[in-house]
Design a protein around this ligand. Sequence first.
Ligand SMILES: [Zn+2]
Ligand SMILES: [Zn+2]
Length: 175
Amino acid sequence: MLINLSDVLSEQHKTIIKDCMPDMDEFHCEFGSFPISEKKGAHIVVEHVKGRELMIRGTADITITIPCDRCLKDVPTRFELDFVKNVDLDESDEARVDELDEKNYIDGYHLDVDKLLYNEILIGWPTKVLCSDDCKGICSVCGQNLNEGTCDCEDTSLDPRMSVIRDVFKNFKEV
Ligand SMILES: [Zn+2]
Ligand SMILES: [Zn+2]
């Protein structure tokens, strides 16, 4: 969704208030692709500051399904976005890109709401996603989800090199 910013820059300096539904249904990033399981409308306010400077305030509520780091179970992860951005339209595109907060969501006189929300989600991306703090993960031998039950595999939390030695002993026994 694009918002035309020229009204805010007109002589009347009209504040733009927009409620819109983000277009995205899936979130793609370097970590993978994740389905968006729930989204509530974004609320965007664009105000004139001075000259060709704008202040963009926004809130949005988006839930993305991310697999648990340990057991891969789907974890609905909520992103409650609440941000303020200052944008100077006089700044050249190069200067914008050089900034840490890459303002790729401004295209000429248009604000690309989806790109803006995308950036905000990426900034807030959790370093770790767990279905619960005490998730036991999955057995690395049989793949059993250890939150749902146990398995008869040997303790695989040992050093993997140890399991090689164990296997050697097992083979001896079988002979
Ligand atoms: Zn888990
Ligand atoms: Zn197992």
